[in-house]
Ligand binder design. Structure first.
Ligand code: HEC
Length: 371
């Protein structure tokens, strides 16, 4: 496990306020998950990343306007029944002489509800209960969740701690009462019925096998199977294929270019190289634009060689600027927990992050035969 993922998973676990599952709320996990995205994109700029805004929310700004209040349960939002919360988000601050923009027409009713669900998921049970009571006084019936997402009791607490992160089904391990569970692209181990989590690598000292790595390799392979070859740029081996390497690449990254120069050496050794585009800077910038051009080109390998500077010429873009494959590649990279390029996936699912010289790759391909 790479240290920064470990850190983010641990921090995620520590920072998330815990909901009691005993208090039933009007929304379900899926709404909270969607709401996290809606809030980050539309509300966080004013109300804060964690809806914490500012402790000084009672003061007015230099123009005498209200400042965006926290929505995490520390300010007033719980005074307003659901109807009014929805109304505020739809109409913005204008009806009360405020400055918040209206979201009517910009967000659907479902999206607005999900954003409310998300910030309410931060409210303590006391605040939530007080709020529910106001709803009842308002003659308002709280809608019941349509479907509670399938929640295993073992992963219940972890899910609540890691809202917004996809938590997989718990798997039994060889160790009694210890469950392995995937959280995003990382693994945690749960015991005592899911009350406690350990994050790290599970190693069988008798066989020397790293069971966590094995699980990750399996997951990478499973995800890789869903990524079609038609979305890749493929360099076939000179002769028959001995091994396949899948490389997440960015035309704009110096070590990707260095590795690219060594492709003929890999081809000679019977290695089939498959490129998946992964614009490191996200869906913007030069790497993103260049890769779209490459993936649009009539002959992608020729275009790739040009984009990576081993050949000169113009990329024939075939009149296309779409290349959704680049977006799909980016999303695939995020799913497997990637942060940088190049990242090399061996045939058995093992992922190497960063540049590895061709002769070492050839050696590794031979020793890491797929099982
Ligand atoms: C441009 C800044 C800005 C954005 C973006 C914004 N808000 Fe606000 N929000 C405010 C301000 C300022 C107030 C206080 C009332 C006013 O002045 O309009 C407020 C008030 C609220 C209130 C009432 C809270 C209370 O305690 O009375 C809610 C609920 C709310 N916002 C939700 C949201 C949601 C959900 C989003 C995203 C969909 C959002 N806001 C986006 C600035 C913003």
């Amino acid at each position: 496990m790479k240290p920064y993922y470990l850190v983010s998973l641990v921090l995620g676990l520590l920072q998330m306020p815990l909901l009691s599952a005993e208090t039933s709320r009007w929304y379900n996990d899926d709404q909270v998950k969607q709401g996290a995205k809606v809030f980050a994109a539309n509300c966080a700029a004013c109300h804060g990343k964690n809806a914490e805004a500012t402790k000084e929310w009672r003061k007015r700004d230099a123009n005498g306007n209200l400042v965006p209040p926290p929505l995490n349960g520390t300010a007033h939002a719980w005074h307003h029944p659901l109807k009014l919360l929805r109304h505020t988000v739809r109409k913005g601050g204008a009806p009360v002489g405020g400055t918040m923009p209206p979201f009517e027409g910009k967000l659907s009713a479902t999206e607005i509800d999900s954003a409310i669900a998300w910030f309410q998921s931060m409210w303590s049970d006391e605040i939530y209960t007080a709020w529910s009571k106001r709803n009842a006084d308002d003659g308002f019936q709280l809608i019941k969740p349509k479907q509670q997402s399938a929640d295993s009791p073992t992963t219940r607490l972890l899910r609540q701690r890691l809202r917004g992160v996809e938590v997989g089904k718990p798997q039994k391990t060889e160790v009694k009462d210890l469950y392995q569970v995937r959280a995003g692209s990382e693994y945690a181990y749960l015991f005592s019925g899911g009350r406690y989590a350990l994050i790290g690598n599970l190693i069988d000292l008798q066989t020397g096998q790293n069971l966590t790595e094995q699980a990750k390799e399996k997951l990478t392979l499973q995800l890789l199977e869903t990524f079609p070859e038609s979305d890749m740029v493929i360099y076939p081996p000179e002769d028959t294929t001995q091994q396949t390497l899948t490389i997440l690449t960015d035309t704009d990254c110096p070590y990707c270019r260095k590795l690219h120069k060594e492709i003929p050496q890999l081809q000679k050794a019977g290695i089939r190289v498959r490129y998946i585009p992964f614009p490191r800077g996200g869906k913007q910038g030069k790497g993103y634009a260049d890769m779209k051009a490459v993936w649009c080109a009539k002959d992608r390998t020729v275009a790739m060689d040009i984009a990576k500077g081993v050949n000169s010429g113009d990329i024939d873009m075939n009149g296309c600027m779409e290349a959704a494959a680049v977006d799909r590649g980016y999303e695939f990279g995020l799913k497997i927990g990637l942060r940088g390029t190049p990242a090399i996936i061996l045939q058995n699912g093992r992922m190497l992050e960063g540049y590895v010289p061709a002769d070492r790759l050839i050696e590794l391909s031979r020793t890491n035969q797929s099982q």
